[in-house]
Design a protein around this ligand. Sequence first.
Ligand code: AMP
Ligand code: GLY
Length: 431
Amino acid sequence: MKVLLIGNGAREHALAEAITRGEAKLVSLMAANNPGISSLSSNRFIGRIDEQDLIRHIVEKTKPDIAVIGPEAPLQTGVVDFLSELKVPSVGPVKELAKLETSKSFSRRLQQQYNIKGMPRWQAFESMHEIDSYMEELKDFVIKPDGLTGGKGVKVKGEHFKSISQGVEYCREVLDKHPSVIVEERLEGEEFSLQCLTDGRHVIATPPVQDHKRAFEDDTGPNTGGMGSYSCEDHLLPFLKQEHIDEALEITKGMAKAIHKETGIYYKGVMYGGFILTRDGVKLIEYNARFGDPEAMNVLPLMETSFVDVCRAIVEGSLNTFKTKFSKKATVCKYVVPKGYPEKPVKDVKIDIGKNKARAYYASIDKREDGLYMLGSRAVAFVGISDTIDEAERIAQQGVESVKGPVFYRKDIGTKALLKKRVEHVRSLIP
Ligand code: AMP
Ligand code: GLY
């Protein structure tokens, strides 16, 4: 079995590890030389990850059996459609179905049309007409561009802007760049990620994870791609019960069915739902059409079933034929990021990683002759895995502390104090 992996972040490093653990040969296409992926690859190519001529050349030369697409950008440009023309099936949706992530209105419309639970009040606008009166009606709302924004487009009233007139201003800016803008009821609660695998007919959940989007400790500072994340040994979260995870899974199953009914195409790949537990139950915030980064690093290392077998079942449509098992361990992931990230990160600066017990997954790193250089985005993810979250946190912390260079990280992720705050927050909403 030969697997072509597209992408070069920490998520793809974790995918590369899962693929090669399944004894498949790895062929990688990366935009920069990720040393972790490189060391696991039997063939590696560096270039634009959605360039058709390069992909055709790789397929002709290495003849992969399947492809696994890591990030959302190549899904949006139709790399899966192109690979399918070359007779390589992919774990990842075709362009039309990647709209699950690339168009927030596509997902909300499906949810509405097929009566799927967990929907907040929302409306999409293609012009400024009556936007302000809808804002008046909702009072507390969020504004979402209807397109990919690298995780930085959503603005929340009360956090990113204060008044309706500032909200109107932002909508105008969004409509200059995107076909539509969504104004949506602001939900209050605790967020969690449920990453599901699907062949379009059957849906399997991986353990739930909580990510930390804010740059600084105590959830302050600007939004980032995610500074770290944790999962628990019981495959629940401290503020979440099994019934909540079941609710989220039911929503994802409903969406998978709705996608097929609506388009006639089976969705193959990852449906990663961002959910929020509110006073009125579990609500859907959004879907991503790929694994989360950092959430992939929490679940892939725990997979006891061969990931390559799972990938094969996804492309064949036989995901119901075996049970996917995850080991009952806790995981904590902490990212080191360049000083100044996300707004003004230092770039092209060298770091050194000292001895530590954590697993290291390389992200925005380029390995050059004289060492590891940060490229400006999240640099290295350190993951601790253990029987208890305390121990997993200690291991991850040892990892981030071992880095020498102009970096910072969030010490609080996975700590007792932070988990307690999450539990108390939910208790204040749902006594
Ligand atoms: P993104 O991942 O960039 O699309 O942004 C999603 C983030 O915006 C979420 O993780 C939430 O923190 C926030 N968000 C999105 N929709 C809502 C909503 N309806 N209510 C409250 N927060 C939201
Ligand atoms: N952890 C957020 C994301 O992958 O979009």
